[in-house]
Design a binder for this molecule. Sequence first.
Ligand code: HEC
Length: 334
Amino acid sequence: MRYLLLTLTLALATLLAGCDQGPTFTEAEPGEHLSAGEGTVTKTDQNAFSLPLANLPPSRRLDFSVGNSFFRNPWVIAPASTDARDGLGPLFNTNACQNCHIKDGRGHPPAADAKQAVSMLVRLSVPAAADDDLTRSGLVPEPNYGGQFQDAAIPGVEPEGRVRVTYEFETVTFADGHQVELRKPRLDFSNLAYGDMHPATLFSARIAPPVIGLGFLEAIPEADLLAYADPDDEDGDGISGRANRVWDRAAGATAMGRFGWKAGQPSLRQQNAEAFANDMGLNSHLVPTDSCAPSQADCLAMPNGGEVEVSDSIMDSVLFYTRNLAVPARRNVD
Ligand code: HEC
């Protein structure tokens, strides 16, 4: 018995010694609080997520502010006296990026009595048939409502309906007797204005994520992401990742998915253009369609806010803004 214990202790000691090379996480590494290196900001008030990178040259601060204004200020219905910001809808979720990405941070599910979901949106799809080519779309949209449920619309067009979240509560007991209460969201759709939904519709509710530090994530080379993916857990650490391949509109080819909760968009430019089109009904050269599904005649008949509603120069400003939002320093790293 004593022999066995000794061998075990020796084995354990060897194991621990082996760990010496890797990080121990017992104390902070030098500079660990600087989440964005020299770009880290140190403000901790309610605007902590809305600042440009600390090392952004003064000459580019104006570009950041211009991008910020298109992210924060509401867009209006076309035609309007303000030509730069019109074309909202016909169908949309809300009229400004910032309404969902609240102060450049995350959104939240709607309260029980909310009229609209605003900072949560719901993606819709139906199961693919064997001969559907999903290379470009990734998903088959619901036939009457399209790929995203829009609960707001301009006058003269019916919103698609209303979505509410209710919760089922469940108590879970851990092995040591500790109990926690978990809640499971349930989506309820009402006032559906464009007919029934396909009986096999799949729903994916998504809260707006924070938008800080995204330029850093976009700058990681694809090869590095692939090197860490380890889809079959060959290194045996219990963690396996899979790279998502998605359609890159500008390249006309598939590319690494990087943005969104499920890495559904390949670049910040495309992510932003899809947000303009699907969340706000604003088209651009990259995403030339509005938010109308093919069967929504009133929606399709409404006037546009110009040949493209979001010009290339506005897209460039918003891209610059989303690439250069700073990350606040980590607190209490020790
Ligand atoms: C209706 C709410 C809503 C609006 C309006 C909205 N977003 Fe989003 N945004 C989301 C949600 C939800 C996601 C996650 C999407 C997913 O998982 O596919 C997201 C994701 C993003 C991301 C990727 C973040 C990440 O960590 O991967 C960026 C960048 C972004 N949005 C920019 C914008 C811009 C620019 C606008 C305005 C043109 C905008 N959003 C408008 C809800 C919204």
